[in-house]
Design a protein around this ligand. Structure first.
Ligand code: IVH
Length: 669
């Protein structure tokens, strides 16, 4: 018998829920985006033909509906408290000793979880369906954010019946934004000249409390569950079991968790995760340890603001305050002048920081920075520390101005149109040579270990090298004549110089220091042309045949090889025996190769066919429906559901001018 419409709608919803879980919770999709989109369209079509079967928890509602009126405060089923902190191992040991003494020597376990850097949320389920979601608020009452929560794809809107779980229950957990989603959002805000968010946490908070749920949807939030309750109390006897149960119910539970026998195991987990911290897709600020048994939790009890059975071990702050002593200008290998902050040295998570990058003069202006100010510095991963903001203005402020002449060679400085950086015009400026050599010898370039600042500075001071090619003519005797250079280190550097000759073409190309040609573009050029000489001889148009090479980059490459001193460098590197060729591996031609576009609405000047033709001529593809893998949606007048879908998925949206800019290579393809 043919299924009724109602049955068909239900079948589609269940199917879509299953795929959402596979994709957003388990990271194991079984179908393609296009297949998913097809199921979703079929559901949407049936739902709009049959509004009588409408329900707020249909997967079609994930896009965010009507804006809500304003904040509605709702009481929590039991207080949402916070956690006490342990800032170092000693404080964690104190906590452990206290737990042991309160439990009078009884055996117990800790559950170690990540302390996700987001905001907590309580999700109430009634008869297995998401009924209400609340922010933490003041801990006693929170703000109703139900419609916004529905747009969080890793939060299920319905869960099936499960053993030991009543149909009415509550899940508490953390709402976070991934670093990727955060970066994408901020890049977009920058393009739209909107204020950027300081960190993913603030962005997530803004998104969760937004009045318009479609804003929440576009921010791609995640929900990680960490408490399972009923009637305001823990539902099961063990925290570990709660996490497993929530995972089985379909909630996203962080996979970085461990049931620890004792403090030592807990400390091992803390250390392990600290080393992985920067590579996690979202930010964490520590590890939460919870006594596993709920009976024991009850015996340990609570203070006015936090449980005695849990603690947050905080990783050392990656920020610190210090004084900006002066701003100095450095000259990079392309001649770009970069202001650098010289700071009163300060230790940030074990590393002494004395300098921070300031990027350019616009950045200094944005920060409102002047020498003498007290500033907040941030270190993240391996990147150069940066100034976050001014904490307190100094007494004798000296406003910074970019110098009109190169601070190293005194040549004049230009700021080219459309560029933020100023450059020293002297191509043989000593600062440029120094930086070029350091770049050339770098680990990811020609990988000449031992050729660091100290050695390069000596070689330059003695006039022993005037270009990277000279490195290949240096002898053991010459190295031995330098300070702090023994036989062993001299032999080692020479060996490394020798070894660099066999590195592949993209390394050599990157080593040349052509403006805009870094690792990736060097690889693309090498793959397309297969021969350094062909690249050097190529015209601007030909260069743009290589994927991702636009007019600006092509012009820079062409200009570089037009200059005699650079041609000389290339000649001598060839004589030294460096690799100049490789096999040609052409991926595709055209600036838009591999990119898919969706056109929607009416464009002001181009017809749809014209737009399509031009995209295809540049190697792009035009498809009919918007999916997660669509690269761009071009929207004109009266764009409809495709535009909404694109917003929902957070895809880049172009107007006609934006499309033309991409076709002309003015924006990143
Ligand atoms: S347990 C009373 N577990 O940290 C128990 N909290 O200072 C409190 N957080 O407001 C929550 N990850 O926003 C818990 N795995 C985790 C957590 C976590 C992040 C946040 C949460 C809470 C704050 C406590």
């Amino acid at each position: 018998m043919k299924p009724s419409v109602k049955q068909e709608i239900e079948r589609l919803r269940t199917e879509l829920e299953r795929h959402e879980r596979l994709y957003y919770v388990l990271d194991q999709p079984e179908i393609t985006d296009a297949e998913y989109d097809a199921l979703m369209r079929r559901l949407q079509a049936l739902e709009s033909e049959h509004p009588e079967f409408d329900t707020p928890d249909s997967p079609s509602r994930r896009v965010g509906g009507k804006p809500r009126e304003g904040a509605v405060e709702v009481a929590h089923s039991s207080p949402m408290l916070s956690l006490d902190n342990a800032l170092n191992e000693a404080e964690l040991r104190e906590f452990d000793t206290r737990v042991k003494s309160l439990l009078k020597g009884e055996a117990f376990h800790y559950v170690a979880e990540l302390k996700l850097d987001g905001l907590s949320m309580a999700a109430h389920f009634h008869e297995g369906r998401l009924k209400q979601a609340l922010t933490r608020g003041n801990g006693i009452t929170g703000e109703d954010v139900t419609q916004n929560a529905r747009t969080i794809r890793s939060l299920p809107m319905r869960v099936g019946p499960a053993a030991h779980v009543p149909a009415d229950f509550e899940v508490r957990g953390e709402v976070v934004m991934t670093r990727k989603a955060f970066d994408r959002m901020n890049a977009e805000r920058e393009r739209e000249e909107l204020a950027k968010f300081a960190n993913p946490r603030n962005a997530a908070a803004g998104a969760l409390r937004a009045l318009d749920p479609s804003v929440t949807a576009s921010r791609q939030l995640n929900f990680f569950a960490y408490f399972l309750l009923a009637g305001g109390k823990a539902l099961l006897d063990s925290q570990w079991e709660s996490l497993e149960t929530m995972g089985n119910l379909g909630f996203k539970v962080n996979s970085h968790r461990r049931l620890c026998e004792d403090l030592e195991e807990l400390l091992a987990f803390i250390r392990e995760l600290e080393s992985q911290r920067e590579s996690l897709p979202y930010e964490i600020d520590g590890v939460v340890a919870k006594v596993d048994s709920v009976k024991q939790q009850e015996r340990l009890g609570w203070t006015a603001k936090a449980p005695r059975w849990a603690i947050a071990y905080k990783y050392a702050a990656r920020q610190a305050e210090t004084v900006l002593e002066k701003i100095e200008v450095q000259v990079g290998r392309t001649g770009a002048l970069t202001p650098v902050a010289h700071l009163t040295p300060v230790v940030i998570s074990g590393v002494t920081v004395a300098r921070a990058t300031l990027h350019n003069e616009d950045e200094i202006e944005r920060l409102g920075l002047a020498a003498g100010d007290r500033v907040l510095i941030e270190r993240s991963g391996d990147v150069i520390p940066k100034v976050v903001r001014v904490v307190e203005k100094g007494a004798h402020r000296e406003l910074f101005h970019m110098p009109a002449a190169c601070p190293v060679c005194g040549s004049h400085v230009v700021r080219e149109e459309g560029e933020v950086a100023r450059r020293c015009v002297n191509s043989s400026c000593p600062a440029r040579l120094r930086e070029s050599l350091l770049h050339f010898a770098g680990r990811r370039v020609m990988d000449i270990d031992g050729m660091g600042e100290a050695l390069v500075d000596q070689l330059l001071a003695r006039g022993m090298v005037k270009s990277a090619a000279d490195l290949y003519g240096l002898t053991a005797e010459e190295f031995l004549s330098l300070e702090r250079m023994g036989e062993k280190s001299a032999a080692k550097v020479l060996e490394n110089i020798g070894k660099s000759k066999s590195l592949p073409l993209p390394r050599v190309l990157n080593g040349l220091g052509i403006p805009f040609v870094g690792e990736r573009t060097a690889q693309i050029l090498a793959d397309y042309f297969g021969d350094l000489d062909k690249i050097a001889e190529a015209g601007v148009a030909e260069l743009q045949q290589a994927e991702e090479v636009g007019p600006k980059v092509a012009a820079a490459i062409h200009e570089f090889f037009a200059e005699e001193r650079n041609r000389e460098l290339v000649r001598r590197l060839r004589e030294a025996g460096l690799r100049f060729t490789q096999e040609v591996r052409r991926k595709a031609v055209g600036a838009l190769a591999g990119k898919t576009f969706v056109l929607t609405g009416t464009l002001p000047a181009l017809t749809r066919d014209e737009a399509k033709e031009r995209i295809e001529a540049a190697g792009g593809k035009v498809v009919g429906s918007v999916g997660r893998k669509t690269n761009y949606v071009v929207a004109g007048e009266e764009a409809g559901s495709k535009l909404a879908k694109a917003r929902e998925l957070g895809l880049p949206i172009l107007d006609e001018a934006g499309l033309l800019a991409i076709l002309n290579g003015e924006a990143a393809g």
